[in-house]
Design a protein around this ligand. Sequence first.
Ligand code: HEM
Length: 276
Amino acid sequence: MEDPKKFLFVLSAAGAAGFVSIIFVLRWVLHFKEGLAWDGGLAEFNWHPVLTVTGFIFLQGIAIIVYRLPWTWQCSKLMMKFIHAGLNLAAFIFAAIAIVAAFDFHNAAKIPNMYSLHSWLGLTVVILYGLQLVLGIGMYLIPITPVSWRRAFMPIHVYSGLLLFGSVIAVALMGITEKLIFGLSNPKYKDSPPEAIFVNVLGVLLVLFGALILWIATRTSWKRPSEQTLHTLHSNGESEANTKVGPALSELADGTDTESGGDVRRRNNKSDNQAD
Ligand code: HEM
């Protein structure tokens, strides 16, 4: 890996931003709001921000960068695909329960559903995320899917994954702003009471978490090396192989861009297997 210290620093910063966001959302609902319950009231609605932040944002962020963690590189690619899919599935389940909580609360309080831009975009990202999950499992976990399909689909999978992650954060920021406007009456949001400041900071932390995850996910030099390279590393011994194949690692692209990995493959006269 190129610049492992920088990687660790950015990863720790992302982990800290994500972890503190979870603490903040819990403190918001438990200290400033009505707490948590499943009773059709405001305490049930509070599951909505808690589950979207912990599941849909935090777990999804970890799922995106899980292949990048160097200490997982000795695990098989198949195992990592199961972990990636499992984390995304957990994120989807959290998001689905979060939406049920919001609908339940609206129905019990006779508030109309799906009137806001937040709700339109929110439901859209959850549906598209579900589609991304089904297509991802179909393409990369079902053994009979042709490798040519996997390679061709990979740039779309990566692009839509990153787009959805960014959109989920944008949707959360809209929801947070709406809730602060609805929920604060005396003093109002514009008067900057402690809750408003506290939850504004939560929004900033979510943006920071998203920015750091996207930074890690878009660094070519921090990608999991190809299976052939890892195999070479294992058979030659880590330190010796590092000096021999190290420079090639930074050039290697994921299955995400099989085209740009082409030079290295041609030089090595090996076929790319990252989309496998
Ligand atoms: C990040 C992922 C999120 C998604 C996908 C999402 C999705 C949704 C959806 C689909 C609804 C419509 C429910 C209905 O009409 O009955 C809704 C409502 C709502 N959400 Fe979110 N939400 C997210 C995060 C948040 C967060 C973090 C908050 C902060 C409290 C929030 C606040 C609200 C509020 C106040 C409503 C009710 C008003 C409205 O329908 O706009 N949301 N959300």
